[in-house]
Design a protein around this ligand. Structure first.
Ligand code: KE4
Length: 431
């Protein structure tokens, strides 16, 4: 495939934008090669600036449940634009989208919109701290919740449960209230609660998508809920990625565990910048201007973004079976690729939740970040690059999740599996 234009574009971009990208994962660092510059999306396809076409399994990292340029969403945006782009004042669009979000989640009685997942999580944590009047928070290694300071932590030395900054520029003071536990390991959670009686909230991706796809075990989540209740700690389900992707009514509907706060993003903006956090009224009423916990945003509830999100969630509301269809398609995809790999003596661990799919080149089941890190990154990079040349655009990191949209057809699934057969054969023969 000729990707000369992307190469030239990347050279120029790197002189003006750090790493040539506005978000690090896009730089292809973990798979090598040049990031592809996109000209446009068409349904299930991306078209790059060299004119190459790819079946898109990234879908902007999740938002595009209905594929690129969905007619309903596009019309809603164009209609909204004709009334103006932003007012900084309340609009009916926000109330209408709030009604829809509340209708999908039993745990949400009120919701506040923001402009990104990071903002949603940062605000939810401040709300939890304000509601409980506590300072400490607990997160899990391998879960990503956006780039606010308190969440950029990595494990400390030895058995220490309090985290250390994982990025320069984050003062140690900003992470000294953040405890780290291991995903799917309730003993590690108990150790954190033994170290602190001041834990405001536990935040978890109930269907983790940022260490690859690693869903939490139901029993683990139930035990986590019990421990939070025992300690007066709020449980935050970060569903920025898994919301309306892993299930229609939240992880609570498939695990039976009810969170205190849910954070959302991606799909609820239909491709436009929207984040949100919601909870029961008792908690949400703590938020300014009703309550003392401050939170604000110039473009929060932007009417054009609300229109896109409303169109997207309305489509879902009218077509509840879509999640089942997407899950079946995603399952066919990963099982087909796993069989193709097995033919060549390559072991793939695969999993699916709704329209989300994941795979690891790993001999063992992946239950946490340490397991994920034992996957074959070199093989992943070869697979990613070869599938790209075959016209299939997978996430450029094994610590990400793949997505099926309503525009991804059965024929595309079959073509992807067939391409993977060629790719695994070539990898095995050392090409
Ligand atoms: P944003 O600030 O990127 O909108 O959302 C942060 C966030 C919060 N919580 C979860 C569970 C998330 O997955 C994310 C963002 N996800 C990544 C994909 N792994 C966004 C892609 C990127 O960083 O460029």
């Amino acid at each position: 495939m000729n990707r000369e234009a992307s190469k030239v574009a990347f050279e120029e971009a790197q002189n003006l934008i750090p790493g040539g990208v506005d978000s690090p994962v896009r730089a292809f660092k973990s798979v090598g090669g040049t990031p592809i510059f996109i000209a446009r999306g068409e349904g299930a396809y991306l078209v790059d600036i060299d004119g190459n076409r790819y079946v898109d399994f990234v879908q902007s990292w999740g938002p595009l449940l209905f594929g690129h340029r969905d007619e309903t969403i596009e019309k809603a945006v164009l209609d909204a634009v004709k009334n103006g782009l932003s007012f900084g004042a309340p609009t009916l669009a926000e109330t209408e989208l709030a009604k829809l979000v509340v209708s999908f989640f039993d745990s949400i009685e009120k919701v506040r919109f923001v402009s990104s997942g990071t903002e949603a999580v940062m605000s939810a944590i401040r709300l939890a701290r304000g509601f409980t009047n506590r300072d400490d928070i607990l997160k899990f290694t391998g879960c990503y919740h956006g780039h606010s300071d308190a969440l950029l932590v990595e494990a400390g030395s030895g058995a220490a449960t309090f985290g250390h900054p994982s990025s320069p520029g984050v003062p140690a003071d900003f992470t000294k209230h953040t405890l780290l536990a291991e995903y799917n390991n309730i003993q590690s959670v108990k150790e954190c609660f033994a170290d602190s009686k001041d834990i405001a909230c536990v935040i978890i991706e109930p269907i983790a998508g940022n260490m690859g796809l690693v869903p939490a075990d139901k029993e683990f989540l139930h035990e986590l809920r019990r421990i939070c209740d025992e300690n007066g700690t709020l449980l935050i389900f970060d569903e920025v990625m898994s919301g309306f992707r892993g299930s229609l009514h939240g992880a609570e509907s498939i695990t039976g565990v009810t969170p205190d706060i849910v954070t959302l993003g991606k799909v609820i903006g239909g491709g436009m910048p929207v984040g949100a956090f919601g909870a029961r009224k008792e908690i949400m009423n703590m938020l300014s201007p009703d309550g003392p916990v401050y939170q604000a945003g110039t473009l929060s509830g932007n009417p054009v973004a609300m229109a896109a999100g409303y169109a997207a969630l309305s489509k879902l509301k009218q077509n509840a079976r879509v999640m089942t269809v997407l899950q079946e398609r995603a399952t066919r995809l990963v099982h087909g690729m796993r069989n193709a790999a097995k033919e060549q003596g390559i072991t793939m661990q695969v999993d699916v939740r709704g329209s989300m799919f994941g795979f690891f080149f790993n001999e063992h089941e992946v239950k946490n970040f340490a397991d994920a890190c034992r996957s074959d990154t070199g093989l992943f990079a070869k697979f990613h690059s070869a599938m790209l040349d075959e016209g299939f655009y997978f996430a450029c990191s094994l610590y990400e999740t793949g997505f099926i949209s309503t525009a991804t057809t059965d024929e595309m699934i079959e073509a992807t599996i067939a391409a993977s057969e060629r790719v695994f054969k070539a990898i095995k023969s050392g090409q």
